[in-house]
Design a protein around this ligand. Sequence first.
Ligand code: AMP
Length: 617
Amino acid sequence: MPGRTLMPLLSRSSTASSRPPLQTLRAWRACTHRPRSLVSPVIRRSLSSLPNLPLFRALHNHDQSNLAVVHSASARSFTYGNLVADVLQAKEKLVESAGGKQDGLSGERVAFLAENSYDYVVTLLSILASDAIALPLSPAFPIGELKYIMDNSQAKVLVATEKYAGKAQDLLKADLDRTPVLVVKEKIKVGAHNSGSVSLEDLNAKSRGGMMLYTSGTTNRPARPLRVLIPQSALTAQAASLLEAWKYTPEDRLLHLLPLHHIHGTVNAIVTPILAGSSIEFMFPFNTDAVWKRLAAPFLPNPSTTDKITFLTAVPTIYNRLLSSFPGLSPEIQEAARKGISPESMRLNISGSAALPTPTKKAWQDLSNGNVLLERYGMTEVGMAISCGLDFADRVDGSVGWPLPYVEARLVDTDTNEVIKAGEERDNNGREREGEIQLRGPTIFQEYWANDKATKESFVPGEDGKGEWFKTGDVATRRVVDNAGKGTSGEWAQGSMYFIQGRSSVDIIKTGGEKVSALEVERELLSLPQIAEAAVVGLPSDQWGQKVAAIVVLRPEAKTAGRNGKTWGALDMRRALKDRLASYKMPQEMKVLEGPIPRNAMGKVNKKTLVKEVFGI
Ligand code: AMP
């Protein structure tokens, strides 16, 4: 609704909150490389306005006294009222930095370096509110990598929080193709309050804002990452889809443990909770002890907080690390932490970004007195696409569930290239047909930035004239599961479920005319008590085309678990899996690593690099 005022809600928050009154204008200092025009005063609009888009309409509608962001370590907290006021101020400064024209940043890339904090949320929303494209940079990246991203995206502005001001300065010295305006942002210690009237205003033209994230792509994994452009409309659709499926509420407190330059940490754990009016509690970098203590806190004899964590979204590695560190906690913390993750306290615990091993799921369920991890599948280009349901019966082992609301999914047979229709999931020999997951709908990204070729290669035309399909490069099977998919988790969660077999480029191993899913073999390896970690890969073989090989990390007890008290080895592994895996799926080689398998920030293994490192191929 254009021109709708935010005043009543904002003034309510000012009186309801015990925080200090009007925060002085946050000092955004435009430092070096500031164009001359910025030095002269800019004309201020009398009204502060946010774009009339769903995310900002939601911000407007939330109870402004509700907590939006909490910092675990410092116990600082910020209400939705603070957030609206801070976003408005940040937006104003951002627009000023780009010359003062309200639409001056429309469609421009604004890169930013910010720690996991309220400052990140304010910066992200202020960029979206300026109709610009938010490009979060990982502070952990070296300058060379950041230069590549800046040059590729041609960012007009670089925002850095105080903490990363030095890094931003170093980046500017790296001889960038387009020199951005640098805006250094002071840390927000106390949230702002709004003193003036605020309106929601329609954009003059179609929104050109959104988010740009980096990925290694779907088809042929290029040497350098691709930039995925996710327009505002897709971001909103992705968040709306998750809201409908996972039912985030204003009562939810989400513990945020993830990096913020990936889709999981941003869309699932910031944009959607903000759309829903939930609270986000930042606790980064991930530290097992600190997380357990936080989960336990409300249940300790003298609680430091009574706020329970109701929502946890993480990757399998995080759950594994929490599980393996649990025995080291004091009995008091253990007891309280178990209450903290029980279904009565933690409404929803989600795993994704990589396959969830069944033993991890089972161990979490046992520890939490029955909380079942909900697995979902997604990727940078599409947000979340397929998910299990809220009903425990709809969280089936090894499955990622059903296409989420607004997502259309299909499987295209990897042998025949035919669409696998409902009821045709098995071939004439009764074997499950494997197909590439293809997706379409409003949640899908727009393009790989400045890379028409990659964009074109990733889509196939729809024969029904209803739009193109995005080729994910992931292979799955589909089947109906007894007692699941009855619609109890929502209308979308019905019918046959998807089972991910892996990425076609690395996880589908072709050996002697058969196809082996690396994920299936990994699942079996991980079910053995001697194995702590496993990655299954295909190695070139003159005889078979490819052969299955396993790279594993053993548990300490494996040292003496082999025959005659020897170290458990490849022979023992084959013996243990004899009745569980067909012989062509059995790893022909097994390499034992001493340390953990190298993973990226999201717990994913880069198998191509791993094969090179371990086998020198
Ligand atoms: P990214 O774009 O970096 O988030 O990576 C997306 C990829 O992660 C997908 O294409 C899948 O290969 C993988 N992935 C995501 N979720 C799952 C899951 N639940 N099980 C298996 N693989 C997954």
